[in-house]
Design a protein around this ligand. Sequence first.
Ligand code: AMP
Length: 211
Amino acid sequence: MRIILFGPPGAGKGTQARRLERNRGLEQIATGDIIRTAMKNETPVGLEAKSYVEKGELVPDEVVRKLAENAIAERGLDDFILDGYPRTTQQAEWLTEFEEKNEAPIHACISLQVPDDVIVDRLSKRRVHRQTGTTYHLDHNPPPEDVDADMIIQRDDDRPATVRNRLNVYREETQPLEDYYEGRGLLVRVDGTGDIKDVYQRINGVLDDLA
Ligand code: AMP
């Protein structure tokens, strides 16, 4: 099954994609994670992406297209979840071309619906494990006590000024893709508020209906 998990930053795409990977054998392809790894390793792509990510801007389409298409090709075309791709109309059009060329159509675009005040709370209280990338929320899902506190950090782009920019960029450049996928008959809106487990059950139900 080929799925797009869609929604604003902080909607829970990464958290839910990792659960779907564990429980349903769908490979998570997260362009944000790929970009962060490239930045950490200071590869040419990482160095190019850095200034955009730090400001909360989108990395240029051509750069992300290559990363996403290579990642899909590596993991196989049959079972994947795209987490954070596509994010612009150009990326969506390229993905449609890719689906046609490879006869690998997307089955659904699941859009997590979360109001802005919940997003700001989630991102400002989000913490990440430096090595594993596991995410936590200081109130709802705090890091366990046996995890070394020095390994728990805040992503630079989760700081308030950058969060505001990321939300603006989402509204202007990414949210219009809901119409694109609605037009293709693929859009399913899912309530992204509440407990991680409850959101997971909602998504799982949608996938069961598709299977
Ligand atoms: P994320 O972890 O998905 O929130 O992504 C972190 C950052 O990586 C974003 O704020 C962008 O700067 C960049 N990024 C990730 N995915 C994309 C994409 N599909 N297009 C452009 N930039 C992206």
